[in-house]
Design a protein around this ligand. Structure first.
Ligand code: AMP
Ligand code: ZN
Length: 115
């Protein structure tokens, strides 16, 4: 838990969010500013600021993130049509919240390259 971290506060239940899945390692909740018909954030409970702060200790955690991305996509009904998992790192990568998270976007066709 990092005292001034928005996502740590959501994980601790201090700030509300629409949590659709939770287990011992992560939470999944709806993005407050959805960029697709279905837009979830997969957020590890461990406070890790960015992708650059991951260590080998987190390998299992990141694998679990992708497994849960598939589960949520299937359970939400957009897995067959297709979806996107996105991690933004640092300012140039579009990161605005400094607690690692993975966007799960579905319900529309994605374009390439991303903006
Ligand atoms: P990023 O720009 O990759 O760091 O993503 C941060 C995401 O967090 C953005 O898509 C925001 O819309 C989302 N966000 C910010 N505050 C909240 C909140 N209180 N509840 C849910 N999502 C949020
Ligand atoms: Zn945090």
């Amino acid at each position: 838990m990092s005292a001034d971290c928005l996502f740590c506060k959501i994980i601790a239940g201090e700030i509300p969010a629409n949590i659709i899945y939770e287990d011992s390692l992560l939470v999944v909740f709806e993005d407050i500013d959805p960029q697709a018909p279905q837009h979830f954030l997969i957020v590890p409970k461990k406070h890790i600021a960015t992708t650059l702060d991951l260590t080998a200790e987190d390998n299992e955690l990141v694998g679990h993130v992708y497994q849960i991305a598939g589960k949520v996509a299937r359970d939400s009904g957009f897995s067959a049509d297709g979806f996107r998992v996105v991690n933004n790192c640092n300012d140039g990568g579009g990161q605005t919240v400094w607690h690692i998270h993975f966007h799960l976007l579905g319900g529309r066709n994605m374009t390439w390259p991303p903006g």
